[in-house]
Design a protein around this ligand. Structure first.
Ligand SMILES: NC(=O)c1ccc[n+]([C@@H]2O[C@H](COP(=O)([O-])OP(=O)(O)OC[C@H]3O[C@@H](n4cnc5c(N)ncnc54)[C@H](OP(=O)(O)O)[C@@H]3O)[C@@H](O)[C@H]2O)c1
Length: 326
C-alpha cells in the first residue's frame, strides 16, 4: 500500500483508505463479526486511514472503530465528522455544541484528541459565515482535535474552504462520473497544501459494474430511501444520477473500455492518477471488497488514451445527468 501526504496535517495516509459509513449499518445491516473482519482486513492490507462520522448508525460506526482500535499496537489515523447530528443540524450551531459533539466522538473512538475532524456538509450559510471554521481553529488550539478539514457537497464550498489558512483537508464527491474538480479545485488545493479525500469513488457501488436494473436494496439502505434525495443531499447516493440511468451509463462505458480493463479498477485508478488526491475512502460492506479495493494501489497508471476516453465520456454522456448541482 502506497502512502501520500495529507495536506498540512503532516500525516502520511494510505492512498486507499476505508470509508466506514457502512459500519453504521446505513447500507443495510453489517453484523459485528463482519464489521470487525472489515477493519482487520483493512489493517492487513496496509490501510491505516479511516473515515467515519458521529451520525453513522447514531455512533455505532465510531464505537466499532473505537473497540477495534484498542486491539492495535500501532494507532491508525481516524477522521471523523461533526455537524449533522440533531443538536447542530440545521440551525443549532454554536462553538460549545460543536466541542461537545467532538468530545463525544473522541470518547466513542477511545482517543484523547481527534486526528482529523471534518465539518460534515454543514448548511451553506453556516459554512460561508466563517464562524464555524474559526471555532475549529480554536478547538485545535485547545487540543480537542489535532487537525480539521471539511466535507462538502459543492465545488464552490470546497474552493471557499480551501482558502482557509489552517484547513488540512477537503473531502469531496469525485469519481469518473463527477470529474469537474480536476480543472478547478485540484490545482487550488495543491497550491494551498490542502489534502483531497475522495468519497463515493464508486458512485455508491454503481461503478463496480455489478448492479443491473433489477438490483434491489435493503429498506434501511440509503440507496433505497435516498435514491432521489428524499432524506439528504441527492449527490450522496449514486452520485446524484438516477439509478436506472446510472446502470445504463455504466454498461455503455464498459463497452468502450479496452478488453483487459474492468470498470472497478479503472474507476479507482483514475482517481489515484490525480496527484492532488491524498486518499480514496472506498466504502465496503464486506471484507472481500476491502481487499479488492486495496489492490488498486498496485495497479499501473491508466494510459493517456484511456484518460481521454473517460473525460470525453463524462462530458458527453454523464455530466448533464447529475442532480443536485456540482
Ligand atoms: N457527506 C459525507 O461526508 C459523506 C457522504 C457519503 C460518504 N462519505 C464517506 O465516504 C465513504 C465512501 O463513500 P460510499 O461508501 O458512500 O460510496 P462508494 O465507496 O462509492 O461505494 C461503496 C459501496 O460500493 C460497493 N463496493 C465497494 N467496493 C466493492 C468491491 N470491491 N466489489 C463490489 N462492490 C464494492 C459496496 O456496495 P454493497 O454494500 O452493495 O456491496 C459498498 O457499500 C463512506 O463510507 C463514508 O465514509 C461521506
Amino acid at each position: 500500500m502506497k502512502t501520500r501526504a495529507l495536506g498540512k496535517s503532516g500525516f502520511e495516509v494510505s492512498e486507499i483508505g476505508l470509508g466506514c459509513w457502512q459500519l453504521g449499518n446505513d447500507f443495510g445491516p453489517v453484523e459485528d463479526e463482519e464489521a470487525t473482519k472489515i477493519l482487520q482486513t483493512a489493517t492487513g492490507e496496509g490501510i491505516h486511514f479511516f473515515d467515519t462520522a458521529d451520525v453513522y448508525g447514531g455512533g455505532l460506526s465510531e464505537e466499532r472503530i473505537g473497540q477495534w482500535r484498542k486491539t492495535l499496537s500501532k494507532p491508525p489515523i481516524i477522521a471523523t465528522k461533526v455537524g449533522r447530528n440533531g443538536e447542530l443540524y440545521p440551525n443549532g450551531y454554536s462553538k460549545v455544541k460543536v466541542k461537545q459533539s467532538l468530545q463525544a466522538s473522541a470518547k466513542r473512538l477511545g482517543v484523547e484528541a481527534i486526528d482529523l475532524a471534518q465539518l460534515h456538509c454543514v448548511p451553506r450559510d453556516v459554512l460561508f459565515s466563517g464562524d464555524i471554521l474559526a471555532w475549529m481553529e480554536d478547538l485545535k488550539q485547545e487540543g480537542v482535535i489535532k487537525h480539521f478539514g471539511a466535507s462538502v457537497e459543492m465545488l464552490d464550498e470546497a474552493m471557499f474552504c480551501c482558502e482557509h489558512a489552517e484547513l488540512a483537508s477537503l473531502q469531496i464527491l469525485f469519481n469518473v462520473f463527477r470529474q469537474d474538480a480536476v480543472d478547478s479545485l485540484l490545482p487550488l488545493a495543491e497550491k494551498n497544501d490542502v489534502g483531497i479525500i475522495v468519497r463515493l469513488p464508486l458512485a455508491s457501488g454503481l461503478l463496480t459494474g455489478k448492479m443491473g436494473l433489477n438490483h434491489t436494496f435493503n429498506a434501511h439502505d440509503h440507496r433505497s430511501y435516498n435514491k432521489d434525495g428524499a432524506a439528504f443531499h441527492v449527490g450522496e447516493t449514486f452520485n446524484g444520477i438516477p439509478f436506472e440511468k446510472g446502470v445504463v451509463l455504466v454498461e455503455a462505458l464498459k463497452e468502450k473500455l479496452p478488453e483487459d480493463q474492468n470498470i472497478l479498477d479503472v474507476s479507482l485508478r483514475w482517481i489515484l492518477d490525480q496527484p492532488q488526491v491524498s486518499s480514496i475512502i472506498a466504502g465496503a460492506s464486506r471484507s472481500s471488497q476491502v481487499m479488492r479495493n486495496a489492490a488498486a494501489s498496485n495497479l499501473p497508471p491508466l494510459s493517456k488514451e484511456l484518460h481521454s476516453l473517460l473525460a470525453d465520456f463524462y462530458r458527453a454522456e454523464v455530466r448533464n445527468e447529475i442532480r443536485g448541482g456540482i
